[in-house]
Design a protein. Structure first.
Length: 262
C-alpha cells in the first residue's frame, strides 16, 4: 500500500510539474504576442510634438562683394550743378588731338572719339581751346576691345605733361592717379565697382566733380571715391586708353557735357 501511495504521489508531482511548465510557456508566448502586436500600434500612434527641423536656417543673406562695397563705402551724394559750360558731340575733329600710327590711333567717327592702342601702348587725346578749374564733366565710354588690366578713362586739369587720371580697368576696378613729367603717383588704389564694365562690349557714364583740391569720381551717377590733391588747379580735359596685355584695346567716347558747380 505504501508503494502504491508513493507511486501515486510521484505521478501527481510529475503532472503538477508538467502543468506548471506548460502554464509558464503559455504565459511567455502570450507576452511575446503582446510585444509583437503592440509595436505597430506604437508606430502608428500620434507622436509627441518635437522641434521642427530647419534645413536652411534663417541668417543674413550675403550680398555680392560688388554690392557690399557700393552700400558700405559709397555715401549718397547729390550733385549741385549749374548751367552747361560746354557740350561736345564730337563732330569737329579740329577740337581734339588726332593722330594715327601702327601703334595707336585717335580718330573721330560717327560723333565719337575713338582711341585704340596696341599691346603695351598708351594713347590719349586732349580737348583744345578750353581751360577749366572747377566743374563737373560727364562722358560715355564704350569699350569694344578690352580685357584684363587694359584700361581707359578721363583726364582732368590736363596739359601735355601733367594731369589727373581717373582709370577704369576691364577687370572691374577703378583708381585715380597723378601724372607729372613722366612720373606716375597712385592717389586711389584700385577698387572693385559694379559700374565698371568687365571686358567688352560695355558702356559706362563717367563723371568727375572737380572743385578746388577735391575731385570725386561718379560712374553711372553713383559716387565711387574722392581724392584730395592741390597740384594742378586748372587745365583741359582728355581721354585715354592703354593696353596692358598682349592684345589691342579699343574704346570710343561720346556725349561730352561740362557743367558749372553751384
Amino acid at each position: 500500500m505504501k508503494k502504491i501511495n508513493s507511486l501515486f504521489n510521484k505521478r501527481l508531482l510529475r503532472q503538477i510539474f508538467i502543468l506548471i511548465a506548460m502554464t509558464s510557456l503559455i504565459s511567455c508566448s502570450s507576452l511575446d504576442n503582446f510585444l509583437i502586436t503592440s509595436t505597430p500600434v506604437a508606430l502608428t500612434s500620434t507622436p509627441l510634438p518635437t522641434a521642427t527641423r530647419i534645413w536652411f536656417p534663417a541668417s543674413a543673406t550675403p550680398s555680392l562683394a560688388v554690392d557690399s562695397i557700393n552700400k558700405t563705402s559709397t555715401p549718397e551724394m547729390t550733385l549741385q550743378l549749374g548751367s552747361i559750360i560746354l557740350e561736345d558731340n564730337f563732330s569737329d575733329e579740329s577740337l581734339w588731338d588726332i593722330a594715327s600710327s601702327d601703334q595707336a590711333t585717335s580718330a573721330i567717327n560717327n560723333n565719337r572719339l575713338i582711341l585704340s592702342a596696341q599691346s603695351g601702348v598708351y594713347m590719349l587725346s586732349l580737348r583744345r581751346e578750353i581751360i577749366l578749374s572747377d566743374y563737373y564733366v560727364e562722358i560715355t565710354a564704350q569699350p569694344s576691345l578690352c580685357k584684363g588690366e587694359d584700361n581707359y578713362g578721363l583726364l582732368i586739369r590736363a596739359s601735355s605733361a601733367t594731369y589727373f587720371r581717373f582709370v577704369l580697368a576691364c577687370d572691374g576696378t577703378a583708381r585715380a592717379e597723378r601724372y607729372s613729367s613722366g612720373t606716375r603717383l597712385i592717389l586711389q588704389q584700385p577698387e572693385p565697382s559694379g559700374d565698371v564694365p568687365r571686358g567688352a562690349p560695355g558702356e559706362v557714364r563717367i563723371g568727375v566733380w572737380a572743385y578746388g583740391k577735391e575731385m570725386r569720381l561718379f560712374l553711372n551717377d553713383r559716387f565711387q571715391f574722392s581724392i584730395i590733391d592741390p597740384s594742378f588747379p586748372s587745365g583741359t580735359i582728355g581721354m585715354f586708353v592703354r593696353s596692358e596685355g598682349s592684345t589691342p584695346v579699343i574704346v570710343s567716347f561720346k556725349d561730352l557735357v561740362i557743367q558749372e558747380i553751384k
